[in-house]
Design a protein around this ligand. Structure first.
Ligand SMILES: O=C(CO)COP(=O)(O)O
Length: 252
């Protein structure tokens, strides 16, 4: 049985005191269940303090991006080694906002996935189609290409430990959630793609999240689907109460 993984992607939100307060409140109220993993994806400046705060709890801390090189002349960037050194355990890679505004490509995503594993970080790889691609019936091919490139040259064990987040771009921050059937259809396809690349057994281990306007009101239905193993959540992860409701849904 795959566990559910609920990750709150704060994006570029919260000040330090708000981030601290969030973790202080959430960490003592998290359901103690091995059916669910809760992660907060914080802006870089708060990672160190949140890792400290979350020590000894079941809350994990993720970065929202990173470079693929270990060090060097990359002004403004943060390396996988730096994240691992802080005690960060997950990293979001290839989010559609990074692809759109910061030139993240399938090729750099693949380099970053390799770099993440090299440093003991678990990658959360985001894929998903635009509205135009959906309307042109290109969703399945597009997502297949993104997944195939992201996982290129990984070992089967690494693939099994990669989290894939299916986030249709048209559903991000728009209030438009894909119906749970639409979301599951693509997540099932992603699992089939992974099976083709590796094996059915490996594909059955991969955690596939859905993301895009997930909130307490729709999370149960999404998580009830056969191939949706969690959620990557923006807006509804900013308040402790709604984040906790989402994690509780994952523990059911
Ligand atoms: O992009 C997302 C999470 O990474 C989804 O954001 P929303 O939940 O705000 O739609």
């Amino acid at each position: 049985m795959r566990k559910k993984v609920i990750a709150g992607n704060w994006k570029m939100n919260k000040l330090a005191s708000e981030a601290n307060q969030f973790v202080d409140e959430v960490k003592v109220k998290l359901p103690q269940s091995d059916k669910v993993e809760a992660i907060v994806c914080s802006p870089f400046p708060y990672l160190a303090q949140l890792v400290e705060k979350a020590k000894g709890t079941t809350l994990a801390v993720a970065a929202q991006t990173m470079h693929y090189e270990e060090s060097g002349a990359f002004t403004g960037e943060v390396s996988p080694e730096m994240l691992a050194d802080l005690g960060v355990t997950y990293v979001v890679l290839g989010h559609s906002e990074r692809r759109e505004y910061y030139n993240e490509t399938d090729e750099t995503v693949n380099k970053k996935v390799h770099a993440a594993f090299k440093h003991g970080l678990t990658p959360i790889v985001c894929v998903g189609e635009t509205l135009e691609q959906r309307e042109a019936n290109e969703t399945m091919d597009h997502v297949e290409m993104q997944v195939t490139k992201a996982l290129e040259a990984l070992s089967e064990e690494q693939v099994a430990n990669t989290i894939i987040a299916y986030e249709p771009i048209w559903a991000i921050g728009t209030g438009k959630t894909a119906t749970s059937e639409q979301a599951n259809e693509v997540c099932t396809h992603i699992r089939e793609v992974v099976a083709k690349l590796t094996s059915k057994e490996t594909a059955s281990k991969v955690i596939i999240q859905y993301g895009g306007s997930v909130k307490p009101a729709n999370v149960d239905e999404l998580l009830a689907q056969s191939d949706i193993d969690g959620a990557l959540v923006g807006g509804a992860s900013l308040e402790p109460a709604s984040f906790l409701q989402l994690v509780e849904a994952g523990a059911k």
